[in-house]
Design a protein around this ligand. Structure first.
Ligand SMILES: [Zn+2]
Length: 255
């Protein structure tokens, strides 16, 4: 009998995006026997006003790896640069190659519209990569050529930052996962990104964490949980349409 695929992949543009947007759900999946794989497209070289790009990249790599280790996750940095994540041939192939390597059953990433363009480009790269990974004639030209995946993964888009679109409106999601039990873990993961708490919110870690909690509260309010993460599934032709999260986390989910 073929072994069940238990690989879950989360792909973020920057080193703290996965933690911010879906680590509560990743923790629940981990507790239910799923393996977590985290991929980060950019090194996050613009993420500081006090350190230069080379220095902050190293710091952020360490922070991201520490956070990933809390989930015993495999970590894959794709070494792009902030504001230089391109929807080009080279990056499409890189993203496809890493999806082939992991061969996940579930992929989480940014939605197509968000406050920063890096997130939007990442979303399109991952959407393409999930599908392209299954196409035999799509050659990536990589030295470490990976096997073609047999099944396109179930693709989910997490909410935009603060649950708001670029016009300031709340963005509704169709799937809500109750992360009340894992919110403390989410805080712990996010707390690994010390450099970002200093950079994004001059008030420090408390403000950084409270921003995340505010978003989780918003999605909690619309779904009847204390804290929730919101997702929408990509169900267009070529992608699996059944909501596999329901099979795994149905008892902590509201649609
Ligand atoms: Zn980001």
């Amino acid at each position: 009998m073929e072994k069940k695929n238990v690989r879950v992949m989360a792909i973020g543009a920057h080193p703290d995006d996965v933690e911010f947007m879906c680590s509560g759900t990743l923790k629940l999946l981990k507790e239910r026997g799923y393996e977590i794989h985290i991929c980060v497209i950019s090194n996050g070289d613009l993420g500081s006003s006090v350190m230069g790009p080379e220095e902050i990249m190293k710091v952020r790599r360490q922070e991201a790896m520490k956070a990933a280790s809390l989930l015993e996750a495999e970590f894959y940095p794709l070494e792009e640069r902030d504001f230089q994540i391109e929807f080009d041939d080279k990056t499409k192939k890189k993203v496809t190659e890493i999806i082939r390597k992991v061969d996940p059953i579930i992929v989480f990433t940014h939605q197509h519209e968000d406050y920063v363009v890096d997130h939007e480009v990442t979303s399109r790269l991952v959407r393409l990569g999930c599908f392209a990974a299954s196409i035999p004639n799509y050659f990536t030209g990589s030295d470490q050529k990976q096997k073609i995946i047999l099944d396109v993964p179930h693709l989910y888009y997490w909410s935009p930052l603060e649950g708001r679109n670029i016009y300031g409106d709340f963005v509704e999601k169709r799937i809500h996962i109750d992360i009340t039990k894992t919110i403390d873990f989410k805080v712990e993961m996010l707390s690994c990104h010390k450099s970002q708490s200093e950079w994004m919110a001059e008030l420090g870690m408390e403000k950084y964490i409270s921003g995340m909690k505010k978003t989780a509260k918003k999605y909690g309010e619309v779904s009847g949980f204390n804290y929730a993460e919101g997702f929408t599934q990509h169900v267009a032709t070529g992608y699996p349409e059944e909501n596999i999260l329901k099979d795994i986390l149905g008892d902590v989910m509201k649609e």
